[in-house]
Write a protein that binds this ligand. Structure first.
Ligand code: SF4
Length: 345
């Protein structure tokens, strides 16, 4: 199997005429200056020189900002810079993220010409009131239209969703996931809302007009959403913002996060919690009072089953008085497990 590598190139706020209340892309991406073709080439060269695997699949990813809302000349400048690498097969494809109202047929034709393969749309919510409340400047009908066009033109479609936006209750977040599923994205990213310095949301938070989710609440909501996507075999490729020098522990001086469900291992906590539910359900289905079990699972799942800082193992002991050991079983597929009851009361 080919090793997959991503070369990230951040285009902060390029293409965004106005700013969404929760966003400060310069902080989130850690990138403050505008990107040029030379930057693109330098970034690609730097990453390629560090990739070790011969059998590799390399994708250049333009993240941040709204790529297709940038002037076409600038889009073509940045995309052209990648073409020699595609021609020489050092880079295999391009992905980019953009706003749902910045997609049309001529843009898609242009992106095809430059070998873009995946387009991720910032959906955030399917509720028009919530979108307006965050000053997104588009409605969910734009998401429907652009998602359909992206798929018709043969691109991979990605959706980015936010959890815990202002006035978004759990049922609204779940509804967003259900509405997205109908549009058949190939992959999804889930971002619980953090309050970032320099955003309008910071002011709302300071005035008490916005109360962010706790880590626990964000885990619960994200977990339910992931289960919905899992059922439809839609890949959830990221849960929680990437840690950077500034998206980091709220208590540290350099952190630009003011408040919200920040945790350095947020994605793992959500996966751990999904596993915990699965195991508890399985234990409960045994027709006896179980006090010791052994779980067999694919080695890649073992850490999530044990949980961050052994949280799942400890919770099973404290809540259900069940002693648990976890064993590698390479024959089991990812996500599958076998529960062996060792002792009953
Ligand atoms: S469209 Fe995206 S990048 Fe632009 S301000 Fe809104 S969230 Fe930030």
């Amino acid at each position: 199997m080919k090793k997959e590598y991503i070369i990230p190139i951040f285009v902060p706020h390029l293409g965004c005429k106005k700013c969404c209340t929760f966003c400060n892309q310069r902080t989130i991406s850690g990138e403050k200056k505008q990107v040029t073709a030379e930057d693109v080439r330098n970034t690609i060269d730097y990453y390629l020189s560090n990739f070790k695997n011969e059998n590799q699949y390399v994708e250049v990813a333009f993240f941040g900002g709204s790529f297709t809302a940038i002037e076409v000349e600038k889009q073509e400048e940045l995309l052209s810079a990648v073409q020699p690498y595609i021609k020489s097969k050092k880079v295999n494809s391009i992905r980019l993220s953009t706003r749902p109202d910045a997609i049309n047929k001529s843009i898609l034709k242009m992106l095809k010409k430059y070998h873009v393969k995946t387009i991720e749309l910032g959906v955030q919510s399917s509720n028009n009131y919530i979108l307006a409340r965050c000053k997104r400047g588009h409605g969910f009908d734009d998401v429907i239209k652009s998602s359909k066009l992206i798929r018709i033109y043969g691109f991979n479609l990605g959706h980015q969703i936010m959890v815990g936006l202002p006035d978004s209750e759990e049922k609204d977040d779940i509804q967003t996931a259900k509405d997205c599923i109908k549009l058949k994205p190939k992959m999804v990213r889930l971002y619980p809302v953090l309050v970032i310095k320099g955003t309008e949301l910071e002011e709302e938070y300071k005035k008490g007009d916005f109360i962010p989710l706790t880590v626990g609440q964000a885990i619960e909501r994200s977990k339910e959403i992931i289960k919905l996507f899992n059922k439809k075999n839609i890949q959830v490729i990221r849960v929680g913002l990437q840690n950077t020098d500034t998206i980091t522990d709220i208590s540290t001086e350099e952190s630009e996060v003011i408040a919200g469900p920040y945790h350095p291992a947020f994605g793992q906590l959500v996966q751990d919690s999904i596993w915990y539910d699965k195991i508890v359900n399985e234990i409960k289905s045994v027709n006896a009072k179980v006090i010791e079990v052994e779980i067999e699972a694919n080695p890649k799942d073992v850490n999530n089953i044990i949980g961050h800082k052994k949280e799942n193992i400890n919770k099973l002991k404290d809540t259900y008085a069940v002693l648990t050991t976890v064993k590698n079983n390479e024959k089991l597929k990812l996500g599958k497990f076998k529960l062996n009851v060792i002792k009953v009361a």
